[in-house]
Design a binder for this molecule. Structure first.
Ligand code: FAD
Length: 262
């Protein structure tokens, strides 16, 4: 499915992170599963290019809006465009893509593991979980410092109001102060918790190195592949994103759509 979009709103979440709300051109409602991502096509002075972003919709899950949470990368092409973007910026998307979604059979214990903007797909997932009577859900959220604790208000309130949910903020460069804070990486806390594979499912998203470390640890603990669902935020030039590459026909269609639209 190809959708045409216009940038509607920009919010700076912290120095390195922006939330951008795009609206579908004909206010068409979204059809995706919480946790999935879209592949965006943008146009800058050098021409068309594509990047993938998870949907981080929090207050309107299935309306005409695509909310994405973007982290600044030095010298990055999308960073240059999106960190200078004003409402009205045009884009197209294909999707939804991805397997980072709630499992069909509810596990006894669900772990959500993220670093930085890897928390984005868990925002709609947490909204969905409100109606799904899970026994226990733990979010391990890795940041370098408290400034990077995006969606703090939503996550701390959610933890206060939902007894099934435990928030664990892993801070690598500052000491822990709050009850929910832990000094170190998400992998350090995971090893301390020593989870049992019995009735447990993991969703893991963000920095590729963290995702690989968590995967290696869990498989060494006899977790089976289907119990650990991962999404790596690999860079666009990395060959591992080839599975979401567009066909020549799709590329042509997007180019035509963007031209019509500009
Ligand atoms: C499935 C999927 C979902 C994704 N979802 C999100 C999301 O929700 N939010 C988000 O911010 N990003 C997400 N990404 C990453 C995103 O697609 C871009 O790669 C990212 O925004 C950087 O793009 P850029 O054009 O600014 O940098 P590029 O122009 O692609 O890269 C510039 C330079 O920086 C290096 N580089 C790129 N990214 C990083 C990095 N993170 N750390 C260090 N060096 C880097 C590159 O190797 C290159 O040398 C996702 C990626 C995938 C595959």
């Amino acid at each position: 499915m190809i959708l045409k979009l216009k940038l509607k709103r920009v919010r700076q979440l912290c120095e390195s992170t922006r939330e951008l709300r795009f609206e579908t051109s004909d206010r068409k409602n979204l059809d995706y599963e919480a946790g999935q991502f879209y592949r965006f096509s943008f146009e800058d002075n050098e021409g068309l290019f594509q990047r993938s972003y998870s949907l981080g919709n929090l207050d309107d899950l299935y309306g005409p809006y695509l909310d994405i949470v973007v982290s600044k990368v030095d010298g990055g092409r999308a960073t240059q465009l999106l960190f200078n973007a004003e409402p009205g910026l045009k884009a197209t998307v294909t999707g939804p893509h991805g397997r980072l979604v709630l499992p069909a059979d509810k596990p006894r214990h669900l772990f959500l593991v993220a670093t930085s903007v890897g928390v984005a797909p868990y925002l709609p997932i947490l909204q969905k979980l409100k109606n799904e009577a899970y026994e226990r859900v733990d979010l391990f959220f890795g940041v370098r410092n408290r400034e990077e604790f995006i969606y703090r208000e939503f996550l701390t309130k959610y933890a206060e109001n939902h007894s099934f949910f435990n928030l664990k903020l892993c801070i690598s460069r500052e000491d822990a102060k709050e009850e929910y804070e832990h000094r170190g990486y998400v992998t350090d806390l995971l090893k301390k918790e020593d989870p049992s594979p019995e009735g447990t499912i993991f969703l893991v998203c963000g920095n590729p190195k963290m995702v690989e470390d968590v995967w290696s640890y869990l498989t060494s603990k006899k977790f089976g592949g289907p119990q650990v669902i991962t999404e790596k935020y690999v860079f666009a030039r990395d060959k591992t994103v080839a599975s979401t590459k567009l066909t020549e026909a799709q590329k042509k269609l997007i180019e035509e759509e963007l031209q019509k639209y500009s």
